[in-house]
Write a protein that binds this ligand. Structure first.
Ligand code: ADP
Ligand code: F6P
Length: 321
């Protein structure tokens, strides 16, 4: 049986990562393993930024956003020679297996390390919910709630001024944050990569709304990257519809904050499960929540799965308008 495992967080941070770290450390110790924290993701791995973690190292972090192990992006990790250095560093610490918390890019790094002899397990840590092998990623629920808090506040002023507010949310190329926050907020329009609306149609609908009722306000939730110049889009809407229009980009506030109970529990379940996999001597796997069961997939198979486009939820946009 293995004796030493490592853990790192990689890519964009997400609320709940700390809960996953805690679960890996505590489950590892319960199995009698030594657990090492690798700081700053794959960059810290290459540089040997590694410290042993004990029970106390992960005390009082259940309510903290971000990641106590910090995170980083290291594009050079795609290079096999750079990964070789990582394997050598792990071997020098006697670390035989690794838990990697991050998104699909981090999963690729984990799979390739496994192919080089270090069993790795990936946990889905990202606010974007863009990993097809899990119904929910760690951090998505907290982020969704943060967006709703922000939109609730923007709604007050939008309503008071009978304005149109265009609110841009994160998600990278995945529209789940926009779709679900838009549904939760009863937004007039939701624009995502899976649900784009032609500009003429947006303008026509908003103009009709405004012409029918001058006290009307409208809230549009828009996925980032759909409109590279969101302020120009707001000016166009104002000019063509008569709505006094503002655009707000929520930005990194969406990545912070104390994790929701859902994310804490999800992370605890997934973290403990990851250690089970490593103890069984398996690697190259990633953990997911599917129909409320914790499951694992081969990382390549997971990355090839088609993403759920939430067709039944998309249908609600029109049905509930
Ligand atoms: P995320 O994990 O959130 O998708 P990134 O795509 O930025 O975030 O990936 C995080 C890190 O994972 C990258 O900075 C890089 O170190 C590593 N990585 C990404 N793609 C690969 C790959 N194809 N092979 C090896 N490592 C990768
Ligand atoms: O992947 C998480 C995420 O927050 C995306 O939603 C967003 O596109 C990106 O990271 C922002 O990255 P950065 O922290 O580099 O600005």
């Amino acid at each position: 049986m293995i004796k030493r495992i490592g853990i790192l967080t990689s890519g964009g941070d997400a609320p709940g990562m700390n809960n996953a770290i805690r679960a890996v450390v505590r489950a590892g110790l319960s199995y009698g393993l030594e657990v090492y924290g690798i700081y700053d993701g794959y960059r810290g791995l290459i540089n040997g930024e590694i410290k042993r973690l004990d029970r106390k190292s992960v005390s009082d972090i259940v309510n903290r956003g971000g990641t106590i192990l910090r995170t980083a992006r290291l594009p050079e990790f795609k290079d096999e020679n750079v990964r070789k250095k990582g394997v050598e560093v792990l071997q020098s610490f006697g670390i035989e297996a690794l838990v990697v918390i991050g998104g699909d890019g981090s999963y690729m790094g984990a799979k390739k390390l496994t192919e080089m002899g270090i069993n790795c397990v990936g946990l889905p840590g990202t606010i974007d919910n863009d990993i097809a092998s899990t119904d929910y990623t760690i951090g998505f629920d907290t982020c969704l709630n943060t967006i709703c808090d922000c939109v609730d506040k923007i709604r007050d002023t939008t309503e008071s001024h009978s304005r149109c507010s265009i609110i841009e949310v994160m998600g990278n190329h995945c529209g789940d944050l926009a779709l679900m926050s838009g549904l939760a907020e009863g937004a007039e329009m939701i624009l995502t990569p899976d649900h784009p609306i032609p500009e003429e149609e947006i303008i026509k609908t908003l103009k009709e709304m405004h012409d029918a009722d001058s006290d009307k306000r409208a809230i549009l939730i828009v996925s980032e990257k759909l409109y590279p110049d969101i302020q120009a889009f707001a000016r166009l809407i104002q000019e063509k519809t008569g709505f006094d229009t503002r655009a707000d980009v929520l930005g990194h506030v969406q990545r912070g904050g104390s994790p929701s109970a859902f994310d804490r529990i999800l992370a605890a379940r997934m973290g403990a499960y990851a250690v089970d996999i490593l103890v069984e001597g398996r690697g190259g796997r990633c953990v997911g929540l599917v129909n409320n069961k914790i499951v694992d997939y081969d990382i390549y198979e997971a990355l090839a799965l088609p993403r759920d486009k939430h067709v039944s939820m998309l249908r609600l946009i029109d049905l509930l308008k």
